[in-house]
Design a protein around this ligand. Structure first.
Ligand SMILES: Nc1ncnc2c1ncn2[C@@H]1O[C@H](COP(=O)(O)OP(=O)(O)OP(=O)(O)O)[C@@H](O)[C@H]1O
Length: 662
């Protein structure tokens, strides 16, 4: 009886949810989630609608839903058409008027734990004016508490004055040059700040020297470790294998160069040789098949003293919570990343939240005095302020060493949201560095794939011609050297898409590029696994050791005539898997901007779709542009989509920022 009554009040809503799901506007998961919550207690249409919206927002990376957004902003966040929103509201019958009414309704629901009330482990959590899935609420609390404790914790153990003198000695040695722009040397400041506590956050755009700085920070940490120097355990990690390999390579070469500089005083080369390979966060934490739990956690922490994590913008909330739980209180955590890049695909915008004050600085007098003593640098008064504890341990690098020229200017204009300047840079002469195809046709993308463009020739022919020239006759090392050359040539060019579906999405472009390369005589497709097929792994596979986002090239197996293997670059090494063993892969001539994070290509092409779907934002365009090392080409079938994207910032609902600032 109760069930029938319960369901009948929600019949119209469920019918509407089903319609929206069938039309592809809702994830099937969202409807199932709402029904599941409904099965746990009294169903009310407004609660069920809130569940559907919360689940949709989670799918877009939001860790919670602000009740204030239920008056309409949610529809914009989801990129919904006005009529979908209108129909959903109408089918719910009454829609709570305001935040207070929503709070009252949710707090009275037996499926919701209103923080402060008795906790029955309900699946939904109402914290102030935000509604959460319980695990995200828990993760936000954990991350906030752990980073605050680190930032507020012990600074400068031992005899502080002698420690500071030692830091000053080493910083002067490691940063013997003057800052180029005449302003403070933020790289030196970043090292001083990071070495004083258990948390250091270094953010900055591409080429601002994050890795350059962290190599010096590492030397400084060794130098300040005193008698513990020889046993200092340092681990390097990043969200993807590729980013981890890049981090390791850059740190190794920077330490090599520094070794000459520091001389006998610090056996840097020897200390660095004990560091081991950089790992993905999954591998560092000990991911296990078929479970979200890691081998390392609060009860079995990582055995490291210093953990350096690159590309931190890609770390999602759940991963950051797991990482912080697994890191002991005595260990130093250094996060590197570009706060303005796209946030993780999964929920959370952790680096963005942590770096909220990074641009302004917001340094307390205590921080300013410490930096002056430890580095001799007087941070200008405009960066003084009253920001929270995390900001005191955060430094933004502001001068790009590598990323000057038109691409750098374009990235800055987009990052500022300056549409006029963006169009101006795109239209200005750039000696071939930049090209803007507007309005673009899919044929332009195909042409770029086959031969590049004027000023940036090649496209995918770079590696396909090498492939055509053939493998060396010998197997073994000679074959692997050839594979490495091919992978490096493939990595020179890439087409990035803002979306997955449609003619301008990866699903549309990949098959047409394949066909075009074939008709140009650059590819010989004979079946699914043909020589030269680039693939991206779409799901972690522990059996074959390949992970979501890994990119490999399909090539003949030299040991087995007729068989194909997929070769993945692994730092300096190459590993391979028999092609037929790879189950979750897709062709990767075109890939999404999201998946391109942590990679750079000599020539990057960014293709925007014809229609704005409301979710394209500035961070996506900025991330796409900053994947280009030498040449950038923008394809816009409709210029307005670019302008709309630049005008829109990704605002992910999260309570983390507020928790960090308390
Ligand atoms: N202070 C400096 N003096 C001289 N060269 C520098 C300095 N800082 C950075 N560089 C050089 O600038 C280039 C870019 O630096 P680096 O790779 O560290 O930047 P990054 O911020 O880590 O870039 P990415 O965003 O690609 O990770 C490197 O070649 C590096 O050696």
């Amino acid at each position: 009886m109760r069930n029938t009554m319960r369901s009948s009040s929600c019949l119209a809503l469920y019918a509407q949810i089903d319609l929206l799901t069938e039309a592809g506007h809702l994830r099937r998961l969202s409807a199932a989630f709402a029904r599941f919550i409904g099965s746990l207690g009294m169903e009310s249409p407004a609660l069920m609608a809130a569940c559907v919206l919360l689940s949709e927002l989670e799918g877009r990376g939001h860790s919670c839903m602000k009740l204030a957004d239920l008056s309409g902003a949610v529809a914009t966040q989801l990129g919904w058409q006005p009529e979908w929103w209108r129909d959903l509201r109408a089918s719910a019958g009454g829609w709570p008027q305001d935040v207070a009414a929503w709070r009252k309704l949710l707090a009275a629901s037996e499926q919701v734990w209103a923080v402060g009330d008795l906790d029955f482990d309900q699946p939904l959590v109402l914290d102030g004016e935000r509604l959460y899935l319980r695990r995200y609420w828990r993760d936000e609390k954990l991350v906030a508490q752990a980073v605050r404790e680190r930032a507020l914790g012990e600074v400068m153990a031992g005899d502080a004055s002698s420690s500071i003198a030692n830091i000053r000695h080493w910083l002067d040695k490691l940063f013997s040059h003057a800052s180029r722009g005449g302003g403070p040397d933020w790289q030196k400041v970043a090292c001083a700040v990071a070495v004083r506590g258990k948390l250091g956050i270094i953010t900055g755009g591409p080429g601002t020297g994050k890795t350059y700085t962290v190599a010096r920070l590492l030397a400084l940490l060794f130098a300040s470790a005193g008698s513990r120097r020889d046993s200092l355990r340092v681990a390097l990690a990043a969200p993807t294998g590729k980013a981890a390999a890049r981090l390791k390579q850059s740190i190794d070469s920077a330490l090599e160069e520094l070794d000459g500089k520091v001389g006998q005083e610090l056996p840097l080369r020897e200390l660095a040789s004990r560091m081991g390979a950089a790992r993905t966060l999954h591998s560092l934490l000990g991911a296990r098949p078929d479970t979200r739990a890691f081998r390392h956690h609060a009860g079995k922490q990582l055995e490291v003293d210093v953990l350096i994590v690159d590309e931190a913008s890609m770390i999602h909330l759940e991963m950051m919570a797991a990482l912080l739980a697994a890191l002991s209180a005595h260990a130093t955590l250094i996060l590197l990343g570009d706060k303005d890049q796209l946030a993780s695909v999964e929920a959370g915008a952790v680096l963005g939240d942590l770096c909220f004050d990074a641009e302004a600085g917001g340094y307390h007098a205590e921080t300013l005095n410490y930096v002056l003593d430890a580095s001799g640098i007087s941070i200008p008064a405009e960066y003084a302020g009253k920001a929270g504890p995390i900001a005191q341990q955060t430094v933004m690098l502001r001068e790009s060493r590598r990323f000057g020229g038109p691409i750098g200017v374009l990235a800055l204009a987009v990052n500022r949201g300056d549409a006029a300047a963006t169009v101006q840079v795109l239209r200005a002469p750039s000696e071939g560095r930049l090209a803007w195809m507007d309005p673009a046709l899919p044929a332009d993308a195909l042409q770029l794939a086959v031969m590049g463009r004027e000023g940036a020739p090649g496209g995918y022919s770079h590696y396909l011609q090498l492939l055509k020239a053939g493998a060396p006759a010998e197997q073994g090392e000679a074959y692997l050297a050839w594979v490495k050359t091919l992978i490096a040539a493939f990595e020179r060019f890439r087409i990035l898409c803002a979306v997955r579906d449609g003619e301008w999405g990866v699903h549309g472009l990949n098959p047409t590029i394949e066909q075009r390369l074939q008709s140009a005589g650059l590819l010989r497709r004979n079946g699914e696994w043909y020589a030269g097929r680039p693939v991206m792994v779409t799901r972690n596979d522990y059996a074959t050791g390949v992970f979501n986002g890994d990119i490999g090239l399909t090539l003949p197996d030299p040991a087995r005539p007729g068989a194909m293997r997929v070769y993945f670059s692994d730092g300096d090494a190459v590993r391979s898997v028999l092609a037929t063993r790879l189950r979750n892969v897709e062709t990767a001539f075109a890939m999404t901007v999201h998946k391109s994070q942590g990679s750079e290509f000599e020539h990057t092409v960014l293709a925007l779709p014809r229609e704005s779907n409301g979710t394209l934002a500035r961070e996506l365009v900025y991330t796409g542009i900053t994947r280009a090392r030498e040449f950038f080409t923008l394809l816009t079938p409709n210029q307005q989509v670019l302008l709309d994207a630049i005008a829109q910032r990704t605002q992910r609902a999260s309570g983390l920022r507020a928790l960090l600032q308390d």
